[in-house]
Design a protein around this ligand. Structure first.
Ligand code: HEM
Length: 145
């Protein structure tokens, strides 16, 4: 049996992004189905944020990291994915609380939004520092001679 190319302790930034994105998508889509079935759209902003911050944004981060292999094992990139995921979970929980009529969640939402901003700041630093071109095209994409 061949050894796995990636162990749990050496997860890459793109793999972490894609996995987290899938979990958020399952939650977001499940919630969308629940809203549609119940005709109760009170928590529609929560559904939208889970899907757009959790599924779409994380998937886009993952694509960027996959295209820039030098970033894949950088701790800063893994920290960025973790911080973004954590911020998203707390933000959507706080937004849910607010839409359910609990104004006490406002400071939580404010704090979480700063965490999300910090996570995006980290991503921006990585993008600006990674500078060079994305990885060379795969041989599979080389035009026929
Ligand atoms: C089975 C999958 C899904 C179902 C059943 C579903 C269902 C819904 C429902 C019932 C609403 C409320 C519409 C309203 O009150 O006007 C909604 C809103 C929304 N959904 Fe989904 N959704 C699904 C997947 C997704 C996905 C994958 C995304 C994004 C990637 C998404 C993004 C949004 C956004 C941004 C809104 C807010 C739209 C607005 O402001 O009018 N949804 N969805």
């Amino acid at each position: 049996m061949t050894a796995p190319s990636m162990t749990a302790s050496s997860i890459t930034a793109s793999a972490a992004s894609f996995r987290a994105a899938c979990l958020f998508a399952i939650a977001g889509i499940g919630m969308g189905i629940g809203m549609a079935a119940s005709h109760d759209h009170t928590l529609m902003p929560v559904h939208a944020h889970i899907n757009l911050m959790g599924w779409v944004s994380l998937f886009l981060f993952g694509i960027y990291y996959r295209l820039h292999p030098a970033l894949e094992t950088r701790r800063l990139a893994l920290a960025q994915v973790g911080l973004w995921s954590l911020g998203t979970v707390v933000l959507v929980a706080a937004v849910a609380g607010l839409h359910l009529g609990y104004p006490a969640f406002e400071p939580v939402a404010a704090l979480a939004s700063l965490v999300v901003l910090a996570a995006f700041g980290l991503f921006a630093v990585l993008v600006f520092r990674s500078g060079g071109p994305a990885r060379a095209p795969s041989p599979l994409m080389t035009p026929a001679e």
